[in-house]
Design a protein around this ligand. Structure first.
Ligand code: NAP
Length: 342
């Protein structure tokens, strides 16, 4: 069994990853920006049914500062660097997300190298793979990179591409034997563990609470958070994963309308507010003139990004749940935790 540092213990993916590491018998240190968040994060681990959660070590460290990282990596065999800014809204200045993502990844890598860590698994994103290419019928795989100067590239998308590039450059030029493996998840769904849930979950919340009256013509790829966490654990120890990227996705893209249908079919009354009709793209483009929130979605209208999960399946024997199971699990958890009452 190993000692593992997971960055971002308050996060959706971070908490599920810690829970799986504990279940597998590893010991864990995790970082939080502020120790005042520790009790909330512990409640999330309890919700996930994590054993020995009282044995987790909590260290205060922010991606924007050098403070705390040496202490966080001390004694770690592996680092799963999950933390990164994942804002629900467009930041005023793109550096608000790009700088912590890139410089934070480099801080974690430098600290890991100094501490003699065997391997860092970096949580990147499909945002570093399949954006900025315009309309294409191509199926993206691990050889693809987002074009950060291409159309429809948001600050967040750029932050993930820039941070992942910087990480590969670092281990290539000054890694000194430190191994790097990268996981590139698509939109993460699955069970939420508490009220402070990730931005990706808001779509399901909006569908359940009547916040989305009609489904826009948007397609997304999904992966269940439990499968994304599982892939991090596989990527951590598989010898052949060193130096590799792995896309994490359930399968084919799913439309918002298909998501709404799955929620209605599987949750019944609890999904009575889920949209039954679709909103035409022309109407959304028109409304976007006066709505900043809608403006954010315009570049995604009608865009279908196909990608392959063949590499993770073949090399790491990874077997993800379906799109429908992932989004239904999100909805069920929101209902179970009483988070859809407004
Ligand atoms: P999340 O719940 O918002 O978690 C993000 C985590 O990063 C939180 O623990 C957050 O801490 C931490 N963080 C943000 N800025 C930080 C900073 N300056 N210093 C230290 N920690 C910081 O989102 P998530 O979905 O679990 O995302 C986890 C990872 O998966 C991220 O790298 C994200 O880019 C990636 N990802 C997510 C999706 C998705 O659809 N959710 C898809 C692909 C990739 P606080 O709680 O203090 O804010």
């Amino acid at each position: 069994m190993a000692h593992v540092l997971v960055t971002g213990g308050t996060g959706f993916l971070g908490s599920h990853t810690i829970a799986q590491l504990l279940t597998a018998g590893h010991t864990v240190t995790t970082t939080v920006r502020s120790l005042t968040r520790r009790s909330g994060a512990e409640r999330m681990l309890a919700e996930a049914g994590a054993p020995h959660a009282d044995g987790v070590s909590w260290v205060e460290a922010d991606l924007t500062s050098d403070r705390g990282w040496d202490r966080a990596v001390a004694g770690a065999d592996y680092v799963l660097h999950v933390a990164s800014p994942f804002p629900g809204a467009r930041p005023k200045n793109e550096d608000e997300v790009i700088v912590p993502a890139r410089d934070g990844a480099l801080r974690v890598l430098r600290a890991a190298r100094a501490a003699g860590v065997r391997r860092v698994v970096l949580t990147s994103s499909f945002a570093a793979v399949g954006y900025g290419h315009g309309a294409t019928g191509r199926r993206f795989d691990e050889d693809d990179w987002t074009r950060t100067d291409g159309p429809g590239v948001s600050a967040y998308v750029k932050s993930k591409a820039v941070a992942e590039r910087a990480a590969w450059d670092f281990v290539g030029s000054e890694g000194d034997g430190l191994e790097l493996t990268v996981v590139n998840p698509v939109g993460i769904f699955g069970p939420v563990l508490g009220p402070d849930y990730s931005a990706s979950v808001r779509i399901i919340h909006a569908m359940l609470t009547g916040g989305m009256r009609a489904a826009p013509p948007i397609w997304t790829n999904t992966v269940d958070v439990r499968d994304a966490a599982d892939l991090h654990l596989r990527a951590m120890t598989a010898p052949e994963a060193a130096g590799q990227r792995y896309l994490a996705l359930a399968g084919e893209p799913i439309s918002f309308q298909q998501i709404a249908l799955a929620l209605r079919a599987r949750l019944g009354e609890a999904a009575a507010e889920a949209p039954t009709g679709s909103a035409p793209a022309w109407l959304l483009r028109l409304l976007a003139v006066v709505s900043p929130a809608l403006r954010e979605t315009v570049p995604q209208l009608g865009v279908v990004r196909r990608a392959s999960h063949a590499k993770a399946r073949k090399e790491l024997d990874w077997s993800p749940r379906s799109n429908e199971d992932a989004v239904v699990a999100t909805a069920e958890s929101l209902v179970r935790l009483g988070l859809v009452s407004g």
